[in-house]
Design a protein around this ligand. Structure first.
Ligand code: M6R
Length: 471
C-alpha cells in the first residue's frame, strides 16, 4: 500500500476523536493527514505547506488555509495539496484567506499575551460593533445576514450552551435575551446538555458560544440540539472552526487571535455580540422600538472608552494584588448580571494563579460560604448602583465583621463606608446590562497581577489547554 492508501484503510478502523499526520520512510517528502472530531488545518504557503491543530500555529507563515472536515484526508507533497473525502474522491475546495496576521500573534511589548489581550479589549469591542449597525433600519445588519428579523421573531425560546468562560457569557446572554426581547432563555454547560434531556425543538434558537469553535463538548451539544430540531446560531471567534462551519448560522466575535489560555477579550466580545443579538431579537419581537434600539446602541458604543478609563487603575490593582496574593482563599460575590462576573473573576484567578477561588451569588453567602470567612480570606464584591448597592454593601459588612478582607469593585457613584473595604476600585457608570462588560476588567487585571507576583506560567497554566478538543 502507498502511505495514502494505508492511512485511508487505517482510519476506517479507528474509534474516537483524532487528528494526525503520517509520514513514511518509503515516501520521503509526503505527508498524509486526517481528522475526526479534533481540528486540523492545512496552510498553503509559498512553496511550503503546513499542518497544524490550530489556526494560530500557521498564520505567522500563511493566511491561506483549509480546514479539513471529519473523515477527509489530505495528501501533501512538494507543489501539491490534495484533499480526499471518505470515498476517496478529490474534494474541490479553494483555501480560505484569514484576516488575522503575524502582528496579532506577537506580544507587542507586553510581558504576557494575557496582558496584551486584556488591553486589546477596547479595540476588540469596537471591531465587534462597528459597521454592523444600520441606523436607517435600526437593525444590526450582520445579524440580519445570519438570521432575518422574521426568523428571529419565530423562535419561542433560546437555549444557550458553552463551556468555561463562554458559559459565563451565556449566563449573561440569558439576561440580555429575556430583558431586551422577552423571549424565555435557558442556559447550561455544554458538557451537561446531552445528559439533561433538554427541551429543544424546531421553535428553539440554540445559541452556541465558543472562542475556539472547537470545544468538543460544545460541538457535541450543538449537534445534539440540531438533531432535536433546533436552529444553531454560533458565536465564535476563530474563522473556519468546526462549530462555525457546522452551525446553521454564525456571528463572529472580532477579538482577533486569543493566545493566552485565560480567556479575556473573547469573553467581552461574546458579551457584545450577545447584547446585539438580544437587541435585534427585541426588534424582531417588537419589545424594542427604534428609539430604544438606538439608546441601547449608544450605551454599547461608550464601552471602549469606559474600558480605557479602567486601565488607568492598573497601578492600584497591582498594589492590591501584591497586598493580597498570599491569602488562603478568595470569594467573589455578585448579584444579577454581575453574578456570572463573580464566577468569571474566580475562574480567572484560579486558572492562572492556582489559588482557591469561588464565585457566589451574594445572597447565598449566608447559606454556607460565610462559614469560611476569616482573616485569611479576601472577598471581592461587585457593587452596582441602585437597589443592589445596599444589599451588596451589607454582604461586605458581614464579611468585615468576621475579620475577612474586602475589596469592593464599585460602579462610580456608589460610596462604600471606609471601615468596610480595605480597597475600592471604581468602574464608570453604565446601563445595568452593560456594566458586566466593565466589571470584569479589574478582575482580569487582578488575576493577572496576582499570578505575576506568584510567578506562574500565565499564558500556559499547568494542566490546561487553549482548546479542549476532548470530552
Ligand atoms: O474555546 P471555547 O470558548 O469553547 O473554550 C471554552 C473554555 O474551555 C474556556 O473558556 C476556558 O474556560 C478558558 N480557559 C477560561 O479562561
Amino acid at each position: 500500500m502507498s502511505l495514502l492508501e494505508a492511512v485511508r484503510a487505517s482510519i476506517t478502523r479507528l474509534e474516537g476523536a483524532y487528528a494526525f499526520v503520517a509520514q513514511s520512510v518509503e515516501e520521503p517528502g509526503t505527508l498524509v493527514c486526517a481528522r475526526k472530531g479534533s481540528p486540523l488545518v492545512v496552510g498553503h504557503g509559498e512553496g511550503e505547506s503546513f499542518v497544524a491543530s490550530d489556526l494560530q500555529a500557521v498564520i505567522g507563515r500563511t493566511r491561506q488555509v483549509d480546514f479539513l472536515n471529519d473523515d477527509e484526508v489530505a495528501f501533501i507533497r512538494p507543489g501539491e495539496i490534495r484533499v480526499l473525502d471518505a470515498d476517496g474522491q478529490t474534494v474541490e475546495r479553494a483555501p480560505q484567506t484569514v484576516t488575522w496576521n503575524r502582528i496579532d500573534i506577537q506580544k507587542g511589548g507586553h510581558k504576557h499575551f494575557m496582558h496584551k489581550e486584556i488591553f486589546e479589549q477596547p479595540r476588540a469591542v469596537i471591531d465587534s460593533i462597528q459597521d454592523t449597525y444600520d441606523p436607517g433600519q435600526a437593525s444590526f445588519f450582520y445579524i440580519d445576514e445570519a438570521l432575518t428579523l422574521e426568523q428571529l421573531a419565530g423562535f419561542k425560546r433560546c437555549y444557550l450552551v458553552a463551556c468555561g468562560t463562554a458559559y459565563h457569557a451565556c449566563m449573561i446572554g440569558k439576561t440580555y435575551i429575556e430583558n431586551l426581547a422577552r423571549v424565555p432563555a435557558e442556559f447550561t454547560y455544554a458538557s451537561e446538555f446531552r445528559y439533561c434531556d433538554p427541551i429543544v425543538d424546531e421553535e428553539t434558537l440554540m445559541v452556541v458560544v465558543s472562542q475556539s469553535g472547537e470545544t468538543a463538548d460544545t460541538l457535541a451539544a450543538m449537534r445534539e440540539g440540531r438533531r432535536r430540531g433546533a436552529t444553531a446560531l454560533a458565536i465564535v471567534n476563530v474563522p473556519g472552526s468546526t462549530i462555525a462551519r457546522e452551525a446553521d448560522s454564525v456571528l463572529f466575535t472580532h477579538a482577533g487571535p486569543e493566545i493566552g489560555v485565560a480567556s479575556t477579550k473573547a469573553f467581552t466580545t461574546q458579551l457584545v455580540v450577545l447584547y446585539q443579538l438580544a437587541v435585534q431579537m427585541g426588534r424582531a419581537t417588537g419589545h424594542l422600538g427604534a428609539a430604544d434600539t438606538l439608546l441601547r446602541l449608544h450605551s454599547l458604543l461608550r464601552v471602549p472608552n469606559q474600558m480605557e478609563e479602567i486601565f488607568a487603575c492598573e497601578e492600584k490593582i497591582k498594589l492590591i494584588a501584591r497586598e493580597f496574593h498570599r491569602m488562603r482563599c478568595f470569594l467573589f460575590l455578585g448579584r444579577g448580571p454581575n453574578f456570572p462576573i463573580a464566577l468569571e473573576g474566580a475562574l480567572k484567578l484560579k486558572e492562572i494563579s492556582y489559588l482557591h477561588a469561588e464565585g457566589y451569588a451574594a445572597g447565598e453567602m449566608k447559606h454556607g460560604p460565610i462559614a469560611l470567612v476569616d482573616d485569611n480570606m479576601l472577598v471581592l464584591g461587585l457593587v452596582p448602583q441602585g437597589e443592589m448597592a445596599a444589599k451588596m454593601i451589607s454582604n461586605l459588612q458581614e464579611v468585615r465583621a468576621r475579620d475577612g478582607k474586602v475589596v469592593a469593585i464599585v460602579e462610580r457613584g456608589v460610596t462604600v463606608p471606609e471601615d468596610i473595604a480595605d480597597d475600592v476600585i471604581e468602574v464608570p457608570e453604565a446601563d445595568s446590562l452593560i456594566l458586566p462588560m466593565l466589571m470584569v476588567l479589574p478582575l482580569q487585571l487582578l488575576a493577572y497581577h496576582v499570578a505575576d507576583h506568584l510567578g506562574t506560567d500565565i499564558d500556559q497554566p499547568r494542566n490546561l489547554a487553549k482548546s479542549v478538543t476532548v470530552e
